[in-house]
Write a new protein. Structure first.
Length: 176
């Protein structure tokens, strides 16, 4: 691979990181044989996850271009690396977990995940990553919390109004 090709890859990765909101996963797929690798790539395609094997030095250069501090990635960017990116922040973590359950092995390991300017290092972070809520889910939770007191007030007022109407009706029937 010549210098121009490497530069093209770095530019492509930089664009990919920026387009994804700088949310990406770094994995190791070197332990997978061809059949398992193809199975993983098929799952990625079906679930809208981009999987790309990239040299570590090119990843570092793309991180610098994206103004992401690459010093924390030095322990992670060793050996074979592949980048996983999706529009849904937790989709790659869920895919890794699903792949392991369906294939019964840990040939696919999570090295690190960079999500919303937070770095998660190590395969032990996988459960945490699958449980993270995306921006839309958090906004929905906040709206539900804000609506809850208003709903309580409205239902209390409706309940009291019905109670008063019932009392008035009872009094009317007694006087009649």
């Amino acid at each position: 691979m010549n210098k121009d090709q490497k530069q093209d890859i770095v530019e492509g990765l930089t664009q990919l990181f920026n387009d994804s909101g700088k949310n990406f996963y770094i994995t190791d797929i070197s332990a997978l044989n061809v059949v398992k690798n193809n199975s993983l790539r098929r799952m990625c395609f079906e679930q809208g996850v981009s999987l790309q094997a990239v040299k570590n030095t090119l990843i570092r250069k793309a991180l610098v271009n994206c103004e992401i501090d690459d010093s924390e990635f030095k322990t992670v960017l060793k050996g074979s690396s592949a980048i996983m990116i999706s529009e849904k922040m937790t989709a790659p973590a869920k895919l890794i977990k699903e792949y392991r359950q369906s294939n019964g092995d840990k040939g696919l390991t999570l090295k690190a995940a960079y999500l919303q300017e937070s770095l998660y290092i190590g395969d032990d972070q996988l459960d945490t990553l699958t449980q993270l809520k995306g921006k839309e889910e958090l906004i929905g939770d906040v709206i539900a919390l804000l609506q809850s007191p208003a709903k309580n007030v409205i239902s209390a007022l409706k309940g009291q109004g019905a109670k008063i109407a019932g009392i008035l009706k009872t009094l009317e029937e007694r006087n009649a």
